[in-house]
Each structure stands twice: as C-alpha cells, then as structure tokens.
Design a protein around this ligand. Structure first.
Ligand code: GLU
Length: 449
C-alpha cells in the first residue's frame, strides 16, 4: 500500500486535515504490520502560489511532527513537478484527448442554455486558450472503501479545465499525475473532494493507468451538527496544542472519531490503533468533533501518565521549573495541561488576588477565629506532612464548633486566595510550615499575600 497526505499549505493544519493524515498513516502502518510493507508519502500541494507560504508549510510539518505522524517520503512540493504536468498536458493535446478553448464561464452558461442545464459542457478546439480534457462517452465508477461504488455518468460532466491559457497546470491534473507518478494505491481524503474524483479518474484513463482505491472521509461536524469551524472552539492542531492537549490523546480521539470499531471513550495505544484500524470501517455519516469528549479523554491520559512524565510536559508547557510536587497533587484534577496553572499556580506565585468574593465569604470574623486556631495547631506540628496536617485539621471543626467546610475553606482561601485548589492537606504540606504560617498571618491582617 502507498498512501499520501496532500495538504494545501494555505493555513494551519485543521482538525479535519489532521484526521485525514492520521487515517492515511494508520492505514499504511497497519498494512505494514500485517505483512504488506507500506509507505506514507507527504506531498505539499503548493500550486496556489499566493496562499502557499513557507510559514504555512512549516506549521503543517510541525503539527504533523507533534502528532507523531512521521512520513516515509517527502515533503514533496507539487510545484516542483510542474514540468512533468505540462508535458502531460502537451501529450493530451497531441493525442487529441484535450483541446484549447477561449470559452469563458459565460460561454459555458450560454452553451448550457442551448444544450440543456444537465448536459456536461463540450467545447470546440480553438487552438488557443485554456486546456480542457475531453470527457469521452460512458461513465466512471468510483470504488470507495467507505461509500461503496458511485457511478458518474459522463454526459453530465463538463470537460474539465486542466491547464490555464499560459500552460500552468490545474489542480485535478496535478493531483492525478502526482498520484500516478508516486504509485499511490489508496487515496484517503476528505469527502469535500468527491466531485473531483471522476475528473481525476479521466486523467488516469487518458494515461492508461488503473484507478487507485478511494476512501473519502465523512465531514467533521461540531456537537451541534453543523460543519466544524472556529465557532466550536479549537479548529487547528496548533490550537489544540496551545490549549494543553496531549498529542496521544488527540490521536486517540481523532482515530475513533467516525470509526465504527469502538465507542469514543476507549484508550487505545498507537500500536493498538495501527493493528485495529480499518478504512472500510469508517462510518459514512459525518463524525462529531466534541471538545468536551476530547478533554475527558485527555484527562484520562493525564491521569495515567507517570508523575515524572507529566511534570516534564507541564514544565515545557508553562515554562516553569520545580513543578513535581505540585504536579503530583494536581494530576487527578486537570483535563488539559492548561488547567494546571490556574489550579496550582498559587503554590508558586502566592494567593490569587482577584477573588474578593472568596475572601469576603470565608475570611470574615468567624474565618479569622478559625485561622487563629489553625495557626496555633500548625505551628506546633511535627512532622509537617500530609498525614499530620490532615489529622490536625480534621480535629478542628469539633474543637472550634465550626462546620468542616468553614474551617477548610478558610485555610484554602488564606493559602490560595480562592476556593479552588488541589487537595487541601497536600497543598499545606507542600507549601511547608513557614510559608503556610506566613500566608495565614497575611490573611489575618486582611492583606492578600
Ligand atoms: N490538497 C488538497 C487539500 O488540501 C487535498 C487533495 C487530495 O488529497 O487529493 O484539500
């Protein structure tokens, strides 16, 4: 099997593109495992010279690398094959399979008014102008692993334009010629390309090459059933990375999205995905990309990681060091890497100062009475660890005739400045006696530390 991912570098790598890359990759790696050594080719379709920038190419490569989608050949620039594309166009012209015409869009319209709207446009050879491929009589059957067979009657197909008047080749020609030259056996791409497929197959036909097998992936929708867009949150791989998702969770989620084999809650390793993935099992109906579900799965990955590994990722993500202790006590409570700092940052940067409501509610008169006693108890505690802190604080509600919540929230707000934190006893132990007492003193003076 030889497959390719062929992004147009006109922007960031979108989630739908990432899914196409992944499905190609899984198909190739899976086939290799089953004894058919396979190749994943990366081709950059940079024929749109204005929108294809170096930065966009770099961004796409970076996103693929981050996802761990390594390619065996490429990146191959489509533009670098332009000479070959032009030769094919010349060959088609020489063999009478294509013709030059100056017909404009309006001319095509007028032609259809005369011959019928349903009729595919057929032009005259004028020896100048853009190049159109002649659609022969008959039909083209597209064999698709996901959608089954679709028949396109040629009578309804316009002669497709394959090169501009200046000879520069157009998309449908370039894609088909490149796929042929690269020996691509399976074309796995988004369903939005389905109308291009019969045109590309005409190029195969004209070159006398058998058609590849197709797998057109259903569109991605948001949770509301509308086409996935920025409106639904992160839309590109870069945004998912910035938001603190793990590449392995993104891969796992995208792999299962619209793939009939499993529900979308299973953790499957890359090995398992490669073993089980089957293009023929991809469902035909649009898949729903739901960031809430991705986040849930991501949290599951985070919790299953070793503390050392998670610490390394969080240190890279936050640009801070010395996070291990805080990571250890936060691991259960975060869904993305981004969730960590809002939860645990107070351990390093001091209590938050922007939650006046929490202070009002928990550090009032009764709060101060509680903190006074908490201070005494903690000052004399030895050793000062999670167990001893927990035992000491758990006794206090009774001694103080206060509700447990009042006691714990007072301590929490004194230390964190807010009511959200990792486990309280763990946080106190991690801060240590001196810092804990210092924060309690400041809170008692009504001063945010
Ligand atoms: N360059 C096309 C795109 O980015 C993909 C073409 C193909 O896969 O055949 O949508």
């Amino acid at each position: 099997m030889r497959v390719r991912f062929a992004p147009s570098p006109t922007g960031a790598l979108h989630i739908g593109g990432a899914r196409a890359a992944l499905y190609n990759h899984l198909a190739a790696r899976g086939a290799t495992r089953r004894g058919d050594p396979s190749t994943f080719v990366l081709r950059i379709e940079d024929t749109d010279r204005e929108r294809s920038t170096e930065e966009n190419v770099a961004q796409i490569l970076d996103a693929l690398q981050w996802l761990g989608l390594d390619w065996d050949e490429g990146p191959i620039s489509q533009v670098s094959h332009e000479q070959r594309h032009r030769e094919v166009v010349e060959d088609f012209l020489a063999r009478g399979l294509a013709y030059r015409t100056t017909a404009t869009g309006d001319d095509v319209k007028a032609w259809k008014e005369q011959h019928g709207q349903e009729k595919g446009y057929r032009g005259e050879d004028e020896g100048e102008g853009a190049v159109r491929l002649r659609v022969p009589e008959g039909e083209t059957v597209v064999h698709d692993l996901i959608r089954g067979d679709t028949t396109f009657a040629h009578v309804h197909m316009d002669d497709p334009v394959i090169a501009r008047a200046d000879g520069s080749p157009l998309y449908n020609l370039a894609v088909a010629v490149d796929d042929i030259d690269l020996g691509i056996t399976h074309v796995v791409r988004g369903e939005d390309h389905i109308s291009n497929t019969p045109k590309q197959l005409l190029v195969y036909e004209a070159l006398g090459v058998p058609a590849p097998i197709y797998a057109h992936l259903p569109l991605l929708h948001g949770p509301d059933g509308k086409k996935l867009s920025k409106r639904h949150g992160a839309a590109s791989v870069q945004e998912l990375r910035d938001a603190g998702y793990l590449p392995e969770a993104v891969i796992n989620y995208l792999a299962l999205l619209g793939w009939g084999d499993s529900d979308d809650q299973t953790i499957l390793s890359r090995d398992e995905l490669e073993e089980r993935f089957d293009l023929a099992r991809v469902t035909k109906h649009p898949a729903r990309f739901d960031e809430t579900k991705l986040k849930w799965l991501n949290g599951k990955y985070l919790r299953e990681m070793s503390v050392d590994d998670l610490t390394a990722r969080l240190e890279a993500h936050t640009g801070r060091t010395g996070l291990r202790g805080a990571v250890e006590i936060s691991q259960e409570k975060i869904g993305t890497l981004d969730d960590f700092w809002p939860l645990a940052g107070f351990l390093f940067d001091g209590p938050k100062t922007d939650d006046a409501k929490a202070r009002e509610q928990w550090l009032g008169e009764d709060g101060q009475r509680i903190l006074g006693r908490v201070r005494e108890v903690l000052a004399g505690l030895d050793p000062f660890d999670t167990e001893t802190v927990e035992a000491a604080l758990r006794e206090l509600p009774q001694t103080l005739e206060a509700k447990p919540k009042a006691v714990f929230q007072a301590v929490r707000v004194a230390l964190a400045g807010t009511t959200i934190s990792p486990g309280l006893f763990e946080s106190v132990a991690l801060l240590g006696r001196d810092e804990t007492l210092r924060r309690i003193d400041l809170a008692s003076q009504g001063v945010p530390a």
